[in-house]
Design a protein around this ligand. Sequence first.
Ligand code: KIV
Ligand code: ZN
Length: 512
Amino acid sequence: MARVIQIFDTTLRDGEQSPGVNLCPEEKVEIARHLEKLKVDVIEAGFPITSPGDLQAVKMVVENVKVPVIAALARARQVDIDTARQALEGCKNPRIHTFIATSDIHLKYKLCKTREEVLDIAGSAVKYAKNFVEDVQFSAEDASRSDLDFLCRVIERAIQAGATVINVPDTVGYQIPSQFGELIRKIKEKVPATDRVTLSVHCHNDLGLALANSLRAVENGADQVECTVNGIGERAGNTAVEELVMTLSTRPDYYGNITTRIDQRQIYRCSRLVSKLTGMVVQPNKSIVGRNAFAHESGIHQDGVLKEKSTYEIMKPESIGLMNRAIVLGKHSGRHAFRVKLKEMGFDPPEEEVEKLFLRVKELLDKKSIVSEQEMEVIIEEELYRVPEYFKLCYFQIFTGNKFRPTATVGIERQGELLEEAACGEGPVDAIYRTIDRITGLHFKLLDYSIKAVTGGKDALGEVNIRLTDNGTIISGRGVSTDILEASAKAYINAVNKIVKKRGGHYGDDRS
Ligand code: KIV
Ligand code: ZN
């Protein structure tokens, strides 16, 4: 019989704690909907006590996502648990996830508490949470650096108090796979009550060992693994869901009947969505979902793959929903072909959106005769996940050259009014950004700017990703166009619109 590992997805909580990531409630709902399609067992939707936005986001996920368990995080304090309970109101399958640190380092320097105090707090928190929900998960933060006997006492106490899931985090990503496997085995041996609950692990990737540690834990009896899409999360991130799932399914010879409920064909789409909404670009050589994960560069490899794919491919791109289809839509393709294509690519937008997308793709076809699937994908994503356009680019013009100081003129629409300005800059992009700042009256620090071609070829679409800071909050922006300066302007305006949205739609400028 198959042994099914529960996938607890924490993209919306630990993933959102990635430096620079800032998701609004609507974006969280969009990701949660896709996680539901991916068929994760649990979605950790947020940490409601941390901000009204997070509380709101968990509530909205509860309203919109019905099948998976929805978890809300809470420190081992009544006020946190009350807020988590409030966020989960009306949820069909609610879980309160409460935690306290158990390592001596955390007890001494962070909590300033004795072991006995922590033991009592853990038990009381679980007991309190049990008043509101049946399903209570307890995490011993920094478990992997805790004294084993004390850790086992805390786990025992949490189970006595009614915990249904015990999570063992490697909070600082310090463990070595054989050690971590051993830790799980010993916990099971020393606390027989763990047989009555789900034993879970949560690994961080500081040493690049999160996946290996999670797999070792599974081999030693863990039945739930906490993961994030693309492995995002605090510092170096968490175990990547796509890596865990594909390792188990690609190596049945080793893992035997260990499996998950994940619909693998949704992996690629989820990865793209999370990257798009978090602004965390996936590195090209990232396993499973990186741009190069299924690309073969060397002649010998290409030759081998053409003769027989299994020479150099251990997984099929189609198995993660990456359809390697050649193109697609030419100038004369109609709406029907377009709709079919959208479906094939895993998009299912409402009918009114289909028409808008069709016109966008046609617009691109006026500039180039054939649009590739990857190009279509970025355009669709740009349209579907658009933030309200408080500011909209109408036109730009640029004078530049190696002997001139670059000068930009930009026209932007704001509530039907055309605003125009001009400014010089160090380079053409700087000139455009300074001009946009003049128009909006808002000033942000540009942290990162990156540009890449979506496909090969001189007429390829360019994709620009930027990150800005607004009083310490980092906001990302993305823009695509066949013209890289236009893509740059769009990315900047996209980020500015996100900031205005965050400010509740107030675009009163910073000049006063
Ligand atoms: O890394 C960690 O310990 C956590 C816990 C809250 C589970 O994220
Ligand atoms: Zn964590």
